[in-house]
Ligand binder design. Structure first.
Ligand code: HSE
Length: 296
């Protein structure tokens, strides 16, 4: 059996819509081997498709096809700690699990670049799939066929608090609410902030992060789909967050705070409860610099 651990991801990082993403210390696992039929089971309580609609299986089959092989069937055991449809890259984790697992089963014929490209073609954008595979913070441009990417490892003492509501927001709905066109001014607004965010994160100029996550391409539209999100942002900033942004397509809010900000998660929880928002849970995470790895 090939056994993999795949990290959660947080895409966009505010202004870097469809371009920036980072991997976090929250993991799905997948064990797989070739079979002549499908034998798919969840090892936790997560409900997953146990048929040919399973995303790990679909992605594995795609990789086999690229390599001129046919995947007749698959034994698959998966755990899904990353909550689904919350903006933490759960679908990308499945796509990457399928591709990396299939590549391993075939003796690693495809390169990392190939896997990044294939994953982006399956998902449509690379900002979750690339960091799920590579780890760290990834800057990626998908030109429709190829992904041009840079992975940077991040060693900071920053805390990432994922503030996750108990409701889902499907990426399709969170993309359908976006405008078809934006003004020149708004485009400049975003590209300057996306560049500022990654440069500031990587050089330790954390006081810039709040400006860096501000955006006019997606968050203002998506906030309307996420009840009480204004209050959640307010609570994060009240407790000293450097920045807070909608993780991926939402509805999770990611708050970044200093490593020395003691009891940040506890304070967030207490304030959320006080505000009647105990349906939002807080998970303190750190950056995963390794990405998907084979585990024993
Ligand atoms: N960049 C994507 C979006 C991430 O915001 O829609 C979610 O897949």
């Amino acid at each position: 059996m090939v056994k993999l651990q795949i990290p959660a991801t947080s895409a966009n990082l505010g202004a870097g819509f469809d371009a920036l993403g980072l991997a976090l210390s929250f993991y799905n696992t997948a064990e797989m081997e070739e079979n002549d039929h499908l034998d798919i089971k969840s090892l936790d309580n997560t409900k997953i498709p146990e048929n040919e609609k399973n995303l790990i299986y679909i992605s594995a089959k795609d990789l086999y096809e690229v390599c001129g092989k046919k995947l007749e069937g698959l034994t698959l055991r998966q755990t899904n700690a990353i909550p689904m449809a919350r903006g933490l890259g759960s679908s990308s984790a499945c796509i990457i699990a399928g591709l990396v697992g299939a590549n391993k089963m075939l003796g690693d014929p495809l390169t990392k670049d190939d896997l990044v490209d294939l994953a982006a073609q399956i998902e449509g954008h690379p900002d979750n799939t690339a960091p799920a595979l590579l780890g760290g913070i990834v800057t990626a441009v998908f030109d429709g066929r190829k992904v041009h990417w840079v992975k940077q490892e991040v060693y900071t003492n920053l805390k990432f608090a994922a503030i996750i509501p108990d409701f889902e927001l499907k990426t399709n709905d969170a993309r359908a609410c976006l405008p078809k066109e934006v003004t020149y001014k708004d485009a400049v607004y975003n590209l300057s902030r996306a560049a500022l965010f990654s440069a500031s994160l990587l050089t330790g100029k954390y006081e810039n992060l709040r400006t860096g996550v501000d955006d006019r391409l997606h968050q203002p539209y998506r906030m309307k789909l996420i009840p009480n999100i204004d209050e959640v942002f307010d609570i994060a900033y009240t407790h000293g967050a450097y920045a807070a942004y909608i993780s991926g397509a939402g509805p999770t809010v990611m708050a970044i705070a200093d490593g020395g900000n003691e009891f940040f998660a506890g304070k967030l929880r207490f304030s959320l409860e006080n505000a009647g928002l105990s349906n939002w849970s807080v998970h303190e995470l750190s950056i995963d610099n390794e990405g998907t790895k084979v585990v024993v």
